[in-house]
Design a protein around this ligand. Structure first.
Ligand SMILES: Nc1nc2c(ncn2[C@@H]2O[C@H](COP(=O)(O)OP(=O)(O)OP(=O)(O)O)[C@@H](O)[C@H]2O)c(=O)[nH]1
Length: 885
């Protein structure tokens, strides 16, 4: 968790640090003697709220001191339009004349404010209704297409069934032939032979050919082949002797072998047919999906869908709707807006106008507009401007396998060091030059967590993942996590088998272990490059870098430097001397000093740029990370960075985004939830369980469920053992997944992250419940339910045995509150050991109802005494949840 210095916070809030120190002591019980003590952001936020509020109160006091206020001033003070104020006055039955110069008293101001809130609420409702309408319209079209498809599918299914029946009849006939008495069979074969007029000689040849082919396909080691042959011969002998006694007629050894082969041939054919049928089915399904998509797209075209950018002028809107500018201006006037041709208008208004003209309008963010522009430009006209850009590489792997060492050693291999000086600064990423003149950019924060956080904010930064696996340790849990994170981001993986200088190094074992995760080394016929290296001695690092380039060449990474820059914030901070500072990875275009830009909800002008050597640079090309000064506020890592035409555009867009922040928060909360699964086609899940057995069972069950609901595919993005971590939550946020925990729980950081990111975590203790919930959810029948609300967490510091009573746990509350009689779980390393109730809660000798974060307490669990220091107790209660819709 990030921290802030007390003195900095005091400056920010314009309060004496000692006052803040007192407040903190009240909150946490800790006394602070120095101003340079760092405090947690969480506490800083509480203080911000307290002191922020005071300012607001002061404002209101000032306002109330005034005798009355002109409506003109009020519009400015409340930052609303005159029309809104007028409407609000009508709502409260204001009797006088309404003009800019009307003066209203403070009581009326208060009522106006209330009415404005009501107005805003109504508008919000209307907006929602409109959205619903649009959604219904789309759903209706999709439904119609779906129905048509269903009829088609039914017909096809009938056809398929017919064919299946035909096939079955044929199979039965064949089976019957085989099961007839051997003598009869022999005659049939003979007849067959006669019919085909083939000589015995030809038959023999055929058989030999078949055997040859079969052995070619199987390519079994000689020994095994030999053994198998022996076995087969034994079996043949068996059959021969059996037949001798049973049928009383001798079949030659050859004849029996021939029948066996025929049977095998048939079996192989049947399998082949099955595979090809499956493939056909899959192909058919894909084709159908494509057709459906095209049909929807066609319908959408009929509906005249337009995408309205966040920043749009009157002229641009007219062009977009293919209408005369005058029409748009007239529409605006009707809404009481007088706007010039080049004036930017509110995107909501633009959408309204578009809809009034029969368009289905969708809001498109500025980045999307810029990026789609760039995409089309990349595809169409700018081919000659496209130049190769360096690949961006992220290094991932298990803890202590050598990620940091590898990044450090690679940093030193930079050949540009001689000309420009070595890489000295940590700015979140660095670019190196290889001997062959090619460049590679590395994200300098190793591990998948930071990378996935960037991804969770919607940015695609890396092109290639380097997976570091220590040759003396092999594949470990975080290796698997890293593989899944890379796969989920669709990154090609280059494996660095590290620490080969160590005596216990066993690169072959690493390869074997990795092959279980679909990473098959090239030398075994797979397509994963694996390079044995030593990050410590630098052995084979050149080879590793060359292979990264090789993989990147296939990706054909290109960008157009002759455009305004677009990129992503990699790292950011508030520098005491320099103000807000952030590292931008330029992904397309060229970033120049003096450019105006938007980054998330903030904006700015590039005042200065520095590279990883701390050198001032004037411009940054695609694939280059640069540290920038000139932000109005500190952006967040993962925020998109877009250069804008003018200061006004940059500022307006940032302000609009700030206003939409609340909506965005809501949108985040609308991530995938079990309750909203009805009609879903694809469900991404992350599974965490206490033991391997349960994990496998859950995986299997989900696969079965996926088969049962033909149209739904359940994708297991990651499955691992142990408690639910922040990293799991970020992966879920990045891949829009639900987390399913079996006998495991999220820790406090994971829980907070899930709340912030709107990720749903469902925990279970019985596998059957998972299936039941998912099935119901898929059928849209999930009953109203009780949802758990976690109250707080405490760490068990010590235990005391009390005669006749049981074990008392001496705890320290680390999060939320612990309440007496609350439900509680005991977690040992994230795994649920007990689930029950807190029956006694004390502070010192007194019974208490609850104990808050930062305090110690003694507690007892109902019917449970196996508590150990280091355990975590999670108190929770059940709350009835109202399902939406
Ligand atoms: N012998 C040997 N030791 C290595 C090699 N690479 C890393 N180490 C050592 O392994 C330990 C862990 O290396 P780090 O680079 O810190 O590992 P990491 O994966 O970055 O670890 P975290 O940052 O904790 O996730 C250090 O003591 C390194 O010196 C190598 O190639 N050979």
């Amino acid at each position: 968790m990030s921290k802030i210095k007390l003195s900095d916070l005091a400056k920010e809030l314009n309060v004496d640090w000692k006052t803040l120190a007192e407040e903190i002591e009240n909150i946490t019980g800790k006394s602070i003697k120095k101003s340079n003590v760092k405090i947690e952001e969480e506490i800083a936020d509480i203080l911000r709220m307290t002191y922020g509020q005071e300012e607001e109160i002061e404002e209101e006091v000032v306002e109330e001191k005034e005798e009355g206020i002109k409506l003109f001033d009020l519009t400015h003070q409340l930052n609303v339009s005159f029309e809104d104020i007028a409407e609000a006055l009508k709502m409260i039955d204001f009797k006088g004349e309404i003009s800019n110069f009307t003066v209203i008293d403070k009581a009326t101001v208060k009522k106006v404010k209330e009415a404005l809130k009501e107005l805003e609420r109504k508008r919000e409702e209307e907006r929602k209704k409109e959205e619903e309408k649009k959604k219904r319209k789309k759903k209706f079209i999709a439904q119609k297409i779906e129905e048509k498809k269903e009829i088609q599918e039914r017909e096809e299914k009938i056809q398929e069934k017919k064919e299946e029946v035909k096939k079955e009849v044929k199979e039965v006939q064949e089976k019957e032939k085989k099961e007839k008495p051997k003598i009869e069979e022999k005659t049939i074969i003979e007849e067959k032979l006669k019919e085909k007029e083939e000589t015995k000689e030809e038959q023999k040849k055929k058989k030999e050919k078949f055997v040859k082919e079969k052995s070619k396909i199987k390519e079994k080691p000689e020994k095994a082949k030999h053994k198998e042959k022996e076995k087969k011969e034994e079996k043949v002998e068996e059959v021969v002797s059996k037949e001798k006694t049973e049928v009383g007629k001798e079949l030659t050894k050859e004849e029996i072998q021939e029948r066996k082969r025929e049977k095998e041939e048939l079996e192989a054919l049947r399998k082949l047919m099955e595979v090809s049928n499956k493939k056909k089915k899959r192909k058919k399904k894909k084709k159908e999906e494509k057709v459906k998509k095209e049909e929807i797209e066609e319908k959408e075209e009929d509906l005249k869908i337009v995408e309205i950018p966040e920043l749009i002028t009157v002229r641009e809107l007219a062009d977009l709707l293919d209408l005369p500018v005058n029409t748009i201006m007239a529409d605006l006037l009707k809404k009481g807006i007088l706007a010039t041709v080049n004036q930017t208008i509110d995107p909501e208004i633009a959408m309204e106008i578009a809809e009034e003209h029969g368009f289905l309008a969708e809001l498109k963010s500025e980045e999307e507009v810029v990026e789609s522009k760039i995409e089309t430009q990349l595809e169409e006209e700018d081919k000659e401007n496209l130049v190769e850009r360096p690949p961006v590489v992220v290094v991932m792997g298990h803890v202590d396998h050598g990620k940091t060492t590898l990044l450090d050693t690679i940093r030193k291999t930079d050949v540009a060091a001689r000309e420009k000086g070595g890489i000295t600064q940590h700015i979140g990423a660095y670019k190196i030059k290889l001997k062959n003149g090619k460049e590679i950019t590395f994200l300098d924060t190793p591990g998948h967590e930071a990378f996935t956080t960037l991804r969770a904010r919607g940015s695609k930064v890396a092109d290639v993942a380097v997976l570091v696996v220590a040759a003396d340790d092999g594949v470990r849990p975080q290796t698997v996590e890293a593989i899944n994170h890379a796969k989920s981001a669709e990154l090609p993986i280059v494996v660095a088998i590290n620490k080969i200088d160590k005596p216990g190094a066993d690169p072959e074992r690493v390869k074997r272990e990795l092959s279980q995760y679909e990473l098959i080394p090239e030398e075994w016929g797979g397509d994963t490059i694996m390079v044995p290296v030593s990050a410590k001695t630098g052995q084979n690092l050149d080879e590793l870098l060359e292979n990264i380039l090789l993989v990147s060449e296939i990706l054909d990474l290109k960008a157009n430097p002759n455009k305004p820059a677009v990129g992503t914030i990699i790292e950011s901070k508030l520098d005491k001397q320099r103000g807000p500072v952030a590292t931008v990875l330029v992904q397309n275009g060229t970033l120049k000093i003096g450019d105006y830009f938007v980054a998330g909800m903030t904006w700015g002008k590039v005042r200065a740029m520095f590279d990883e050597r701390g050198k001032n640079v004037k411009e940054a090309m695609p694939g280059t990370p640069v540290e920038i000064l000139g932000f109005q506020e500190v952006p967040q890592s993962g925020d998109g960075f877009v250069v804008m035409k003018s200061e006004k555009d940059a500022r307006t867009l940032a302000e609009q985004r700030k206003q939409k922040y609340e909506e965005q928060l809501l949108a985040k909360k609308a991530r995938l939830r079990l309750e909203a699964l009805e009609g879903a086609k694809e469900i991404n899940v992350i599974i965490k369980a206490d033991v391997q057995g349960s994990l496998e069972a859950i995986k299997k069950t989900l696969e079965e469920l996926s088969e049962k609901f033909e149209d739904v595919s359940i994708n297991i993005i990651h499955a691992g053992l142990g408690g639910i971590t922040e990293s799991d939550v970020m992966l879920a946020a990045a891949s829009d997944a639900i987390i399913i925990g079996f006998n495991v729980r999220p820790d406090a950081t994971a829980r907070n992250a899930a709340e912030e990111e709107g990720v749903q975590i469902k925990t279970y203790g019985i596998i059957y419940d998972i299936i039941e919930d998912l099935e119901k959810a898929l059928k849209g029948m999930l009953e109203p339910e009780y949802e758990e609300k976690v109250l707080g967490l405490c760490d068990v510091k010590a235990i005391f045995k009390v005669k006749g009573a049981g074990t008392v746990a001496g705890c320290y509350v680390t999060d939320g509150v612990i309440k007496r009689n609350a439900k509680a779980r005991l977690l040992r390393q994230g795994v649920v050991i007990y689930d029950g109730e807190i029956i006694s809660l004390k502070r010192f000798k007194d019974d208490v109802k609850e104990v808050a974060k930062g305090f110690e307490c003694g507690l007892m669990l109902k019917d449970f005494n196996d508590i150990k220091p280091g355990d975590v107790i999670e108190a929770y209660e059940l709350e009835e949840i109202q399902r939406e819709g």
